[in-house]
Ligand binder design. Sequence first.
Ligand SMILES: Cc1cc2nc3c(=O)[nH]c(=O)nc-3n(C[C@H](O)[C@H](O)[C@H](O)COP(=O)(O)OP(=O)(O)OC[C@H]3O[C@@H](n4cnc5c(N)ncnc54)[C@H](O)[C@@H]3O)c2cc1C
Length: 579
Amino acid sequence: MANNDVAFPTLSDSQIAMLGRFATTRRFKDGEYLFQAGLAPVVFFVVRSGKVEIIDSTGDEPRTVTQHGPGEFTGDIDVLSGRLSLVSAVARGDTEVLEIAPPDIGRLISEDQATGELILKAFIARREQLIASGFQGVRIIGSGTSRDSYRIRDFLTRNRVPVTWMDVDNDPSAAGILRNFGVDESALPVVMCEGQPLLRNPSTRDLAFAVGLKQAIGDTIYDLVIVGAGPAGLAAAVYGASEGLNTLLIDSESPGGQAGSSNSIENYLGFPMGITGAELTGRATLQAQKFGARISTPSAAVALDDDGAHLTVSLEGDESAFATCVLIATGADYRKLDVPGREQFEGLGVYYVATPTELVSCSGADVLIVGAGNSAGQAALFLAQHTRQVMMLVRRDDIRRTMSSYLADRIDAAKNITVHYTTQIRAMHGTARLERVDIENTTTGEKRTIATPAVFTFIGAVPRTDWLPPQIDTDPKGFICTGRALANTPGWTRKRQPFLLETSQPGVFAAGDVRLGSAKRVAAAVGEGSMVVKFVHEYLAEVHENVALDIQADIPLTTRATFGHSRARRVTSDERATS
Ligand SMILES: Cc1cc2nc3c(=O)[nH]c(=O)nc-3n(C[C@H](O)[C@H](O)[C@H](O)COP(=O)(O)OP(=O)(O)OC[C@H]3O[C@@H](n4cnc5c(N)ncnc54)[C@H](O)[C@@H]3O)c2cc1C
């Protein structure tokens, strides 16, 4: 099928009849907006008569992206994410459409596989075509020497929001735009989103609301709240939502986790040529949304409580998510170098991932990598393609003890990668950005200063469990104990043994890198995330059984031990007080 047929298919009469079961008919007059960029989520409309023009207004002049005629439909992948639309849709001629609400789109995609596949493929192809067509998306104007500029670019890019970066230090047109908007350079970075007022150095949370990434969570009691959208959390969301669990997935940054920053995952089953972490986790995100999982970013969990009725995950910014079961899939955080100057250059030359966002500051230069694991090896090979020289600083005298041999072989063969054994960074220097680092060979005592704009650090990770209550057992390093590792835990009060991935708190599970004894691999995290859903079902069955027993014993609803179940509403404190 030609690319355009995939992106803009025409539905058959029988397909339209099937969609009609989920739809409401709406009529628009010539020139009326069906939805407007930046002001409302993109809507799935099937055109019955008339035409719908899709317009991109992010460039200097508005331009027509496409025109949908009868049998064609509006929308791209943001129909599933519920984000604000990137483009506008306008009726051309009096137009009749079928409107299908977001929850029904997931249902119809699952119910009619062939039509669902056609729609999904069109959504994906349209986004690809939009980006390839020079779509500017969100414009960020800032300076390469500003940490906030990096924060904003990094956040939007990781969340797959199309952006155009304009550096005031190198791009003369940026100054012109600032003058037109009457913006002083002291207000930088500024963010220009279609349909929104100009944002001056917004917090990540405000930015997320402005681009529609962050949506209110509400007071539903979810069957399953998953904290962390790396491979483990994403897998649990796909399996949970596809098996009918009301599922919420939250992440403090973006879906993808550590894997999302990998430039080539070559040991994940089924991808003989390798796949980038962004693509693998991007597909998984879409898959979870297709099955109806709700995703919210940035939503950082800061506490977990059990009030006897349900679990509460408190989030940064005074929000809470309520659940019958919680999965902790918060993975691990990058360990930081303990050297003078490091803190000053975080985001300004000191990085923990190597992606195109970081290349902006070091393309064509000499860069340093610290570490000797697989993530360091992958980063070295990626950076070698875009920089002049990559120096790998390794604490020991061998990389083959810590790195897969296929990566070590490629590093040996790469002409512009040099490995410096028993060598460590001693200090970092610069003014606005990182400029130089002092290194020392700990065997010979030789000291050197290297001019470089970027140091990439891959020296292991620590589990992200500092937000958890003491009831969740961890080992001394903070990795969560589950299943058999909890045998004989004094706090465990149930008659049954903990499920395989259950923590010391019944109904709270852990999967992936955060779990004691995990394999620290994408496939293992995906496996655990998928498997945990079975135990969630068993736990929910246990809860429902208890509720049934409570009903037999005539215990009032609001005082039952556990009553959370699919789409239940949280009992308010007033109701509790009066029951
Ligand atoms: C650069 C790199 C390359 C790699 N390459 C490979 C490879 O080729 N093959 C392989 O098998 N493995 C690879 N790995 C390892 C692999 O990525 C991890 O094992 C895997 O990502 C672990 O998945 P996870 O879901 O357990 O946790 P993570 O991927 O760590 O995801 C955890 C998520 O939780 C979120 N989070 C943390 N705390 C909170 C909180 N309080 N509230 C809300 N959200 C929170 C984080 O933002 C993150 O998105 C690589 C790792 C790195 C860093």
